[in-house]
Design a protein around this ligand. Sequence first.
Ligand code: ADP
Ligand code: TRP
Length: 313
Amino acid sequence: MKKLLSGVKPTGRLHIGNYFGAIKQFVDLQNEYECNFMVADYHSLNFIQDKKEMQELIRDTVISYLAVGLDPEKAVIFKQSDIQAHTELAWIFDTITTMPYLMRAHAYKDAEAKGNEVSVGTFNYPMLMAADILLYDPDVVPVGQDQKQHVEYARDTAEKFNRIYGEAFKLPEALILDDVAVVPGTDGRKMSKSYGNTIPLFATREEIEKAVMSIVTDSTGDRPEYVYNIHKLFRSPAELENLYEEHKGKYKALKEALIEDVDTFIAPLRARRAEIESQGDKVTEVLAQGKEKAKTIAEAKMEKVREFVGVTL
Ligand code: ADP
Ligand code: TRP
């Protein structure tokens, strides 16, 4: 069986951009691949510096994983901070990586352009992510378009390490689906937690109504493109053709139709989430189980890496 690894950093509520861009692939592929799904909490430390909030976000991400249908019996679901090898390997990668190379990363350049003081953690973010990936020898890493460069950093780093020390790492491929590579938000830009333009994946009916009604009106003619571009996540082009023809120029009616479709899609996810939340401390149990499995894989790899670099005598 081929291998897959991916993860989400717990920095806020998941939205339908995360789902269609990445997490749906996790669910669809868990029967075909040997899967490792991570909660990247050490990446989140770059954004969340509050104990209680961090704990809640980790919990929320695991519950979300389970509610969308990731199955801890099929896939390894674990938290990054539980496996020390991630930070250890990131350090080794830091020693073979140059500053100019990391300065080309989009995330770093964006933070710099905004005039923010960039933390060393943000600067090194791609090396921790390379460690996350390469410890598990995945063939594929399903992500949205915005993470493509990070997977390329992982590939480059694997190549560089292999060149210096010998063949330790497999080169991973990003798995990006063209039509959902960048899911647009309610303002037409990429849907993102940081833009406040999301439809939350477990939104209540009221939240769905509010988000859809706030979709920005674009004045490109009879078809509201921003509404349509979100709508096509839920219905085929043929179905939408009739609907959009019938309600040409009627933004309100089209938004109301979208609200119904989003709610029909989200209602069972909400119910599943409520059910998991009622089942006592499921999260601790899942993470404890995942930690054991992930540790076995990562530690074996890390031991080899220590041998490759010559720190074991
Ligand atoms: P955000 O940009 O909202 O902070 P994350 O960086 O936590 O999202 O992303 C988690 C996963 O979801 C990543 O694989 C990312 O590529 C994917 N993703 C995030 N936003 C989108 C989007 N608008 N369209 C497609 N994929 C997305
Ligand atoms: N950087 C990713 C994001 O912001 C999260 C992440 C951390 C990840 N480590 C990973 C994704 C390893 C895939 C593989 O969404």
